[in-house]
Design a protein around this ligand. Structure first.
Ligand code: AP5
Ligand code: ZN
Length: 207
């Protein structure tokens, strides 16, 4: 199974990816998680990326495309993969198409903007696994502690309200065009075209 989860910041891509990767036995390729790992490790990429991420912008296409192509060479991607937060620009999507990276389904997770701000303000994450919680909507068993490892949860640096608004604007300009890009490709009936599904991202996590 080869999937793309498409959706605004805070739509719940990471939350649903945790279920999908178990269900299909495939790795989750989250470019956001990969960048946060680089920031935490203090690598040159991390130092560069942190400035862009904290401002709510996008890291350059060349860097992201290189990261994902390298990741796809790893053995666990032979059975499939789940892209979370990638591609998020037309050039990133074109690069995958040109490289012949197969996609079976593009799943759009649709959530209204009003709800996004509330979701981001209560989000808490376990940085090393990418597991995501919400203080009200999806709380951990013990306040501020990861259910699996018992390690502390943190708030993401880019979840401040101003940065969230900037990220939503960048989403509208640069990522939302991928909805037409993939749905038109799906409708074309070309060999190798993915299937497109839009799902409501409101309701409970289990729904
Ligand atoms: P990234 O980490 O990809 O962030 P994002 O796309 O903005 O998405 P989020 O992780 O914020 O949201 P999500 O949809 O995963 O929601 P979640 O499940 O956490 O990217 C971060 C930055 O890295 C970017 O801004 C950019 O700078 C850079 N970057 C990354 N990829 C890049 C790329 N390809 N190109 C260029 N730059 C890139 O859920 C959100 C909250 O809601 C949680 O608290 C959760 O518990 C809660 N929640 C989830 N589902 C529900 C529900 N059904 N009901 C109530 N609450 C819910
Ligand atoms: Zn995420």
């Amino acid at each position: 199974m080869r999937l793309i989860l498409l959706g605004a910041p805070g739509a719940g891509k990471g939350t649903q990816a945790a279920f999908l990767k178990e269900r299909f036995g495939i790795p989750q390729i989250s470019t956001g998680d990969m960048l946060r790992a680089a920031v935490k490790a203090g690598t040159p990429l991390g130092i560069e990326a942190k400035k862009v991420m904290d401002a709510g912008g996008l890291v350059s296409d060349d860097i992201i495309i290189g990261l994902v192509k390298d990741r796809l060479l790893e053995a666990d991607c032979a059975k499939g993969y789940l892209f979370d937060g990638f591609p998020r620009t037309i050039p990133q999507a074109d690069a995958m198409k040109q490289a012949g990276v197969a996609i079976d389904y593009v799943v759009e997770v649709d959530v209204p903007e009003e709800e996004i701000i509330e979701r981001m303000s209560g989000r808490r994450v376990h940085l090393s696994s990418g597991r995501t919680y919400h203080t009200r909507f999806n709380p951990p068993k013990v306040d501020n502690v990861d259910d699996v490892t018992g390690e502390p949860l943190v708030q993401r640096d880019d979840d401040k309200e101003d940065t969230v608004r900037k990220r939503l604007a960048v989403y509208r300009d640069q990522t939302r065009p991928l909805i037409d890009y993939y749905s038109q490709w799906a409708d074309s009936g070309e060999p190798g075209a993915p299937q497109y599904r839009k799902i409501a991202g409101v309701g409970s996590v289990d729904d």
